[in-house]
Design a protein around this ligand. Structure first.
Ligand code: B12
Length: 212
């Protein structure tokens, strides 16, 4: 019988077609989509990342890992439970800081939308100014930042400094998450919230925007 461990192995081996097929099999068998995502796809990606950090994999392997994730994640997203259809009149500007890693950011976007928020997704490779400018132009209620590689961590600090300098820090609660971040780092940086998982973004936004 197919298991989540099999999916993790296929993602770790960067086999997009087989991994997508396995994802469908597990979802069809009624497994929890979040579990399939976290323990199958994300754990497999973590393996590839760990091998890369240990110099046992090359950038091409990261590319293949990305392709494999992109073959599986939409299937999982499609099986997330529908939202209750309630729209929350709050705008969230979301993007990746600096990097092109967008798989996590896209998951955050999906879950915030299902949660009823209006998501203004500014995509990848953003600068601190991009977040600030968009938040001002759309009248955002919150800024959500995905920080997936080390150079983006410093840029996140710059975003908070920029918001302070422009006297708008109080206007925008800022939440952050991503592979290289931690609660400790986010608190020290002065973020208003940090999430280990995409689903935490919804809880953080609801709490910070005082939605019952
Ligand atoms: C796939 C991958 C790539 C693909 C990305 C494809 C794509 N379209 O996204 C490509 C090939 C582009 C890539 C490139 C690089 N990568 Co890369 N990559 C990965 C890998 C294997 C998986 C990333 C991923 O998608 N994970 C799955 C998603 C779902 O996880 P996530 O983004 O962390 O998001 C989850 C949570 O963190 C959270 N979350 C994310 N954002 C937010 C935001 C909020 C507000 C909240 C609440 C939650 C939240 O929710 C998500 C789901 O629950 C990771 C390894 C790893 N451990 O993650 C390395 C990794 C991130 N990459 C790394 C590196 C070094 C690079 C390169 C610099 C390599 C190089 N020398 O060129 C380049 C940088 C390119 C660039 N300029 O951005 C390093 C970063 C290390 C560091 N300390 O900086 C990692 C950690 C690998 C490693 N261990 O060394 N990479």
């Amino acid at each position: 019988m197919a298991t989540i461990a099999d999916l993790r192995q296929l993602v770790s081996d960067t086999k997009p077609d087989e991994a997508a097929e396995m994802t469908s099999t597990l979802l069809d068998a009624g497994l929890d989509p979040m579990e399939v995502l976290e323990e199958g796809v994300m754990s497999g990606l973590q393996d590839v990342g760990d091998r890369f950090a240990a110099k046992k994999a090359i950038v091409l392997d990261l590319v293949r890992a990305g392709v494999t994730a992109k073959a599986c994640v939409p299937l999982i997203q499609a099986s997330f439970p529908e939202g209750e259809g309630v729209k929350i009149d709050k705008k969230i500007v979301l993007g990746t800081m600096l990097s092109q890693h967008n798989i996590g950011k896209n998951l955050v976007s999906t879950l915030l939308s299902i949660g009823g928020f209006e998501v203004i997704d500014i995509g990848e490779k953003n600068s601190p100014f991009d977040f600030y400018e968009k938040a001002e132009s759309v009248g955002a209620d919150l800024i959500a930042v995905s920080v997936v590689f080390a150079p983006a961590m410093e840029k996140f600090n710059e975003l908070l400094s920029l918001l302070n300098e422009m006297n708008v820090r109080d206007k925008y609660p800022v939440i952050v998450g991503g592979a290289v971040t931690s609660q400790k780092w986010a608190s020290e940086a002065g973020a208003d919230g940090w999430g280990a998982q995409a689903k935490d973004g919804v809880e953080l936004a609801r709490k910070l925007l005082s939605i019952e």
